[in-house]
Design a binder for this molecule. Structure first.
Ligand SMILES: Cc1ncc(COP(=O)(O)O)c(C=O)c1O
Length: 401
C-alpha cells in the first residue's frame, strides 16, 4: 500500500509549482495548487528501477525504437482501454506539446487553423500561435454541472473557418470531461465530413473516477477517414514529467516518417532520456495497482472538496469524470475575480489557478489541483473559504461606507 498521505518536501527540486511559484503568482512561498503535476512520489518499484540505473551510472545515447518501450505502451492501451495499438505506430517524443507543435506544422498545410474545445489547456493557445496558426474555440456548454459539446456550433465553425486540425483533449483539461463513445463518434463524423485532421491529447487518460471509462480516439480508428494522431505520456499518471518522455501513436506511415525526420534530423532528438524511458516501461509494466490506489486517493480528495464546498453560495463544484483538477465556478461574488485572487495570494498565501488562464470561458472559475496529500487539500480549501468570506464582508463594508 502506498501512503499518499505522506508529505514529500518538494522545495529545492527546482519545482515549477513550488520553487518557482512567484513566476506566475508574483509572490514567494505560497502553498501551490497550480500547474498539473502531483505532490506524490513515484511508485516505489519505479524508484528502485531508477535507483539501480543511477547506481550503474551509465547514461549514454539511448534508443527508444525497441519492443521494450513500444510493447509497454501497446500493452497498456490493450489492458487499460481495450484498444489495439500496432507497435509500428509508436514514436517517442520529449513532450506532448513538442509533438503537438510538430503536428500543427505537418497537418496545418501552412494555414494552421486549429479548432479546440474551450476552455482549454493554456499551452494550446501558445503552441498554435507560435506555429503561425489560429485557434478557434468551440465552447463546451455547462449544463447542470456537466460540460457538453455543442455540435451545431462545432459544425458551423468547420463550415465557416475550414480548419485543418481539430485538437481534442480527452479527458479534458480543465473541465474533467471524459468524452463518451457517442460524442467521439459524432466528432469523427464531422471531421470526416469537413476533412479536418484529428490530434488527440490523451495525457489525462488514466486518472478517472470509479466506473468512468476512457475511449482512446484510436479505438475508433476504423471510422476515421482523416489523418489522426494520439499523443500521450505516462508522466501525468505516474508523476514523471521531469523525466522528459512522452509518445505519439501515428498510424499513417508517411506522416510518421515526416514526424521522425523532424524529431531526429531537424531537431536532433534521436536519443531518448534513459531514465524517462525505463520509468515509463516500469510504470506501464508493473504499476497498475499503484494507479488504482492513486485513483482511490484522488477520489477521496474530490469527496472532501465537494463536501466542504457543498451549498456554498459562491462556489459551484461538481465531480469531474477524470483528471485530478477541480474546476470550480465562482458565482455571484460581490467582488471582481482579481480581488479574490489578491486575497488568496497576498493574505491566504495560496496559489490557485485563475480560470481565465484557460480562456475567456474560464473567467469565473478557479482550477484547484487535487493531486496532493489530503492535509494540503484541507489547508487550501480552508484558505479558499476564508478568502470568499473576506470578499463578501469587504464588499458589504464598502457598500456601507
Ligand atoms: C492537456 C495537457 N496536455 C499536455 C500537457 C503537458 O504535457 P507535456 O509536458 O508532455 O508537454 C498537460 C500538462 O498539464 C496537459 O494538461
Amino acid at each position: 500500500m502506498t501512503d499518499f498521505d505522506q508529505v514529500v518536501n518538494r522545495y529545492g527540486t527546482y519545482s515549477t509549482q513550488w520553487d518557482y511559484v512567484q513566476d506566475r503568482f508574483g509572490e514567494e512561498a505560497l502553498l501551490p495548487f497550480s500547474i498539473s503535476d502531483m505532490d506524490f512520489a513515484i511508485p516505489a518499484g519505479t524508484k528502485d528501477v531508477l535507483a539501480s540505473a543511477v547506481a550503474r551510472g551509465v547514461f549514454g545515447y539511448t534508443r527508444w525504437n525497441h519492443p521494450d518501450f513500444k510493447g509497454a505502451i501497446s500493452r497498456w492501451f490493450d489492458h487499460e482501454f481495450n484498444c489495439e495499438v500496432d507497435e509500428d505506430w509508436i514514436v517517442f517524443s520529449p513532450s506532448v506539446i513538442y509533438s503537438l507543435s510538430i503536428l500543427i506544422q505537418l497537418l496545418g498545410k501552412g494555414r494552421n487553423k486549429v479548432v479546440t474545445f474551450t476552455p482549454c489547456y493554456d499551452a494550446f493557445f501558445s503552441t498554435v500561435r507560435e506555429n503561425a496558426g489560429e485557434l478557434f474555440s468551440a465552447s463546451l456548454k455547462k449544463n447542470d454541472g456537466h460540460f457538453e459539446i455543442d455540435f451545431a456550433d462545432l459544425e458551423n465553425l468547420f463550415k465557416t473557418e475550414k480548419p485543418e486540425i481539430f485538437l481534442l483533449c480527452n479527458p479534458h483539461n480543465p473541465t474533467g470531461r471524459a468524452f463518451m463513445l457517442a460524442e467521439l463518434t459524432r466528432l469523427i463524423e464531422l471531421c470526416n465530413q469537413y476533412q479536418v485532421a484529428i490530434i488527440s491529447d490523451e495525457i489525462h487518460m488514466d486518472i478517472r473516477r470509479p466506473g468512468i471509462f476512457h475511449h482512446p480516439i484510436l479505438a475508433l480508428y476504423h471510422e476515421i477517414e482523416v489523418p489522426v494522431v494520439l499523443l500521450s505520456s505516462a508522466s501525468k499518471t505516474f508523476n514523471t514529467p521531469g523525466l522528459g518522455c512522452s509518445y505519439g501513436l501515428i498510424p499513417a506511415e508517411a506522416l510518421r516518417e515526416e514526424f521522425l525526420t523532424i524529431l531526429k534530423a531537424r531537431d536532433g532528438l534521436s536519443s531518448a532520456p534513459y531514465l524517462g524511458m525505463i520509468a515509463l516501461q516500469d510504470c506501464y509494466n508493473n504499476e497498475k495497482s499503484w494507479l488504482a490506489e492513486l485513483n482511490r486517493y484522488v477520489d477521496q480528495n474530490f469527496q472532501y472538496v465537494l463536501a466542504a464546498l457543498e451549498n456554498h453560495p459562491h462556489i459551484d463544484c461538481y465531480l469531474p469524470e477524470a483528471t485530478y483538477l477541480a474546476w470550480l465556478e465562482v458565482k455571484d461574488l460581490p467582488v471582481e475575480m482579481d480581488q479574490l485572487q489578491d486575497i488568496l495570494v497576498h493574505e491566504e498565501k495560496v496559489a490557485i489557478m485563475r480560470g481565465d488562464t484557460y480562456g475567456i470561458e474560464g473567467r469565473n472559475y478557479l482550477r484547484l489541483n487535487l493531486g496532493a496529500p489530503q492535509s494540503k487539500i484541507r489547508t487550501g480549501v480552508a484558505a479558499l473559504l476564508r478568502a470568499l468570506e473576506k470578499s463578501s464582508v469587504r464588499s458589504s463594508q464598502s457598500i456601507e461606507t
